[in-house]
Design a protein around this ligand. Structure first.
Ligand SMILES: Cc1cc2nc3c(=O)[nH]c(=O)nc-3n(C[C@H](O)[C@H](O)[C@H](O)COP(=O)(O)OP(=O)(O)OC[C@H]3O[C@@H](n4cnc5c(N)ncnc54)[C@H](O)[C@@H]3O)c2cc1C
Length: 479
């Protein structure tokens, strides 16, 4: 009797295993997309724009994104009553490109609502509140200002990527502090350096990164108060692209595991196929496409799924990334029209000491403030929140604000890895020219802030636009 029962159980186990294997295979097969023209990895600014543009040019796409949502750094915090607070991108530089995109997507653009804030300059590293410190913007920003005239020498090198000449302009390799001093820029006033928030300790960073990230167009947009916001917020753009291309082409919650980039001989010509294995939530999925667009920050830890060749590996290994957070905090002693801006008076260029707070700014929500924070690599959420709380509570306002209580964190968003940079030596050895030469290698194309050489969203879109225009010719249905 026992033997019979044991055999029966064994048979049941075998049958169950076979059934599970069948279900798993069925899942894989069910999710196996038909071959797409292009797989796009990453659904941030560059990935979403590339998808839109490729579709316009007649290509089918699959967008693979590890997060539960599309939009990358366009991260909006919604609350009841239609109130929302951007925790990432807030505005777009006013450029003809945005006007055209707004027309194509049928999303009207509005001027960034002007809010006059009372800026309190503080030095969080020493708990100091700076009295009567209202720095003048003029020498940095005015039409004939020193920054603009110094940038004029280089700006063409930073249009659509970093395109440096053979004979390097050594000024670009000076560290940012020396560059500012040599160009007569007041280093006691580091507000423009807040455009490099998220780039770590910028004092030692080659000046190239300041110049490539802060363009004349952006300065002019800010100066003339003409920065733009899409109707419905930044997310409206990516929601529209998703609807336009069809939800089924966007695979969120998808963790890439392995890939194979195969060169094929076809009809006497050469083609390619890229096979990608991934896990979507808890199911295995396979994707196949003819070309690959990588839009994620290209550091090695982010590219484990892509069997890199030696040249790719060598280049991507040189990128250093930085950690960048936004945290929402309740602060009861700060007014809804006040912001705190950190100027670290100890640093040569008054740049924020990392880890440290960049800015504390009011949100739509009562008593809640949005805090941007530069962290050291891999700093945990708990440590970030703890330091923010400590730094804010340690500010010495004297008698003025007595009950300085920080109540609790409402939300924290990690934007890392952010601000990818390479060393002066790497730049001198032609890093950016080698990087630009990667386009098309192994049927793979690269877009995104690190390749565009700028974190400005419009620059990132324009760069992606140029890559797609150059390498993906318009196709007719018969192609
Ligand atoms: C707090 C903050 C405020 C900002 N404000 C502005 C602003 O007001 N105006 C402006 O012009 N710019 C602003 N920026 C900069 C702008 O957001 C970025 O430059 C822009 O998002 C870069 O786009 P991207 O496509 O390169 O990267 P991302 O937007 O970061 O997109 C990358 C995407 O890839 C995904 N991903 C990463 N790794 C993988 C993987 N292994 N597999 C699959 N998917 C992966 C990510 O989840 C993400 O969705 C701000 C940035 C931050 C952080």
């Amino acid at each position: 009797m026992h033997r019979f029962l044991a055999r029966y159980i064994k048979q049941c186990v075998i049958l169950f295993s076979l059934l599970m294997a069948f279900i798993q295979t069925a899942n894989v097969i069910a999710n196996q997309d038909s071959i797409k023209d292009v797989c796009i990895v990453g659904a941030g600014a560059s990935g979403m724009y590339s998808a839109f543009k490729l579709k316009q040019r007649g290509y089918s796409v699959a967008v693979l994104e590890k997060a539960p949502r599309v939009g990358g750094n366009t991260n909006t915090y919604y609350r009841k009553g239609n109130k929302y607070q951007p925790l990432g991108e807030r505005y777009l530089t006013n450029k003809p490109f945005v006007e055209e995109l707004s027309r194509q997507l049928e999303i009207p653009m509005q001027a960034l609502p002007e809010k006059t804030l009372n800026t309190i300059y503080v030095d969080f590293s020493r708990g100091l509140v700076m009295e009567n410190s209202k720095p003048s913007w003029s020498e940095w920003w005015s039409p004939g200002g020193n920054y603009k005239s110094s940038l004029a020498r280089f700006e063409s090198l930073f249009s659509l990527g970093v395109n440096l000449p053979e004979a390097l302009l050594e000024d670009l390799l000076l560290n940012t502090g020396d560059y500012l001093e040599n160009n007569g820029l007041d280093v006691s006033f580091a507000i423009p350096l807040h455009h490099l928030n998220g780039f770590g300790n910028i004092e030692q960073l080659p000046a190239l990164y300041l110049l490539s990230n802060l363009s004349v167009a952006e300065i002019e947009s800010i100066n003339s108060k003409k920065c733009l916001v899409p109707e419905g917020g930044m997310d409206a753009i990516y929601k529209k692209i998703k609807n336009h291309l069809g939800e089924e082409n966007f695979h969120t919650n998808t963790s890439l595991k392995k890939s194979n980039r195969i060169q094929l001989s076809r009809n006497g010509g050469i083609g390619s196929r890229i096979d990608i294995e991934a896990i979507k939530i808890d199911k295995k999925v396979n994707f196949s496409c003819k070309k690959l667009v990588v839009s994620i920050p290209p550091i090695l830890s982010n590219l484990k799924w892509l069997a890199l060749d030696e040249v790719e590996r060598d280049l991507f290994a040189q990128f250093q990334s930085h950690d960048y957070w936004t945290v929402i905090l309740k602060i009861f002693w700060l007014g809804a029209d006040e912001e705190l801006v950190n100027l670290n008076m100890v640093s040569g260029v008054n740049a924020v000491k990392i880890p440290g707070i960049y800015k504390v700014q009011p949100t739509q929500f009562k008593n809640e403030f949005s805090i941007t924070f530069g962290a050291t690599n891999g700093m945990s959420r708990g440590s970030v929140e703890k330091q923010i709380r400590h730094d804010i509570e340690s500010l010495n306002f004297g008698e003025e604000r007595t009950s300085m209580t920080v109540v609790h964190h409402e939300r924290s968003v990690n934007h890392s890895p952010y601000g990818l940079t390479v060393s002066t030596e790497a730049i001198r050895n032609g890093f950016y020219s080698h990087l630009n030469h990667l386009q098309g290698r192994n049927s793979t194309y690269y877009v995104g802030a690190a390749i565009a050489g700028s974190h400005n969203t419009v620059d990132v879109w324009e760069h992606a636009d140029s890559v797609i225009n150059r390498y993906f010719p318009v196709r007719s249905h018969s192609d």
